[in-house]
Design a protein around this ligand. Structure first.
Ligand code: ATR
Length: 279
């Protein structure tokens, strides 16, 4: 018997949370894979996040949740176990409740990006990757790129020390932090350039030199808007063959969360088309 009171419950916590597309995405995944679940939005209060998580999980039907800004680090401190990637970035976007009562934390943002790039037929082996920005968004994708055996990852940031700190956190010879000035003076060929800042939302371009950008095979912006972002348009004008916004990453990270909870990888194609059409 499967009445409403026994339906598995999921939710996304954030502040603000109104803008989140996660409920729509997960409800589509559930319909598609014939699963019965509910997925809501919960506005977390800064300083009281643990209490709201605990309230949610007091319901035995609550099986997991997503966490978005600004609570990803709090979530990493709250869970019992962390996946390798969540440990590496110190941030959790997915909590899974296990039958033995433990809560584990994972971070599927980077997997979502790799998934989307793979769908767009990007190859990783021996490529040089440039990450623009050194905040949480960049931090979450370093290990997933390393797992794809890229040749190097350079992180460029306005505040160079932040890029260097992030690079040294991973303690790998092939991960380095640099300033825009250094980037624009070096002659390195970056195959994949990811804009991990939200500059496009303010219609701003990061200070990557035209020469550096023009040599990329893929210019990817983690944000999305109803039209191509200023970063994508700029890269396309410089001759970059493939440009993309971050909508596929959003759907990809959700699909990986769904798989952690339900054991099935949903089909993302239909969901991505639906979201694209409704931006
Ligand atoms: P998130 O967790 O989403 O990554 P964040 O931690 O606030 O957000 O980090 C945002 C990153 O984008 C920072 O690295 C920031 O650079 P600074 O550290 O120098 O502030 C970068 N950023 C934001 N707007 C930018 C812009 N217009 N041009 C270049 N970098 C920008």
């Amino acid at each position: 018997m499967n009445n409403q009171s026994q339906v598995d419950r999921y939710a996304v916590f954030g502040n603000p949370i109104e803008q989140s597309r996660s409920p729509e995405i997960h409800q589509m995944f559930a319909r598609q894979s014939g699963q019965s679940l509910t997925y809501g939005k919960i506005l977390g209060q800064v300083g009281k996040f643990s209490a709201s998580l605990e309230r949610f999980f007091n319901d035995p039907n609550a099986k997991g949740c997503n966490i978005t800004s600004p609570f990803k680090q709090d979530a990493a401190n709250w869970v019992n176990d962390l996946s390798e990637n969540a440990k590496a970035c110190g941030a959790v976007n997915t909590i899974v409740r296990h039958d033995d009562g433990r809560f584990s934390g994972d971070n599927t943002d980077g997997k979502g990006l790799i998934y989307d790039l793979t769908k767009q037929e990007v190859s990783f082996l021996n490529t040089n990757v440039l990450l623009i920005g050194a905040g949480g968004a960049a931090r979450g994708v370093v290990l997933p790129f390393l797992e794809q055996q890229v040749q190097s990852i350079d992180i460029v940031n306005r505040t160079k020390t932040k890029a260097q700190d992030l690079a040294s956190w991973f303690a790998r010879k092939n991960v380095a932090g640099l300033s825009f000035e250094e980037l624009n003076q070096n002659n390195k060929n970056y195959h994949i350039i990811i804009n991990c800042t939200s500059a496009s939302l303010a219609n701003e371009l990061p200070n990557v030199g035209d020469y550096v950008l023009s040599k990329a095979d893929m210019a990817y912006d983690m944000v999305y808007l109803p039209k191509p972002t200023v970063f994508m348009e700029h890269a396309a004008r410089l001759g970059v063959k493939t440009t993309s916004d971050g909508l596929g990453m959003l759907v990809g990270q959700a699909a990986h969360s769904f798989k952690l909870w339900r054991g099935v990888m949903p089909d993302t194609h239909e969901v991505l088309n639906h979201l694209r059409a409704s931006l």
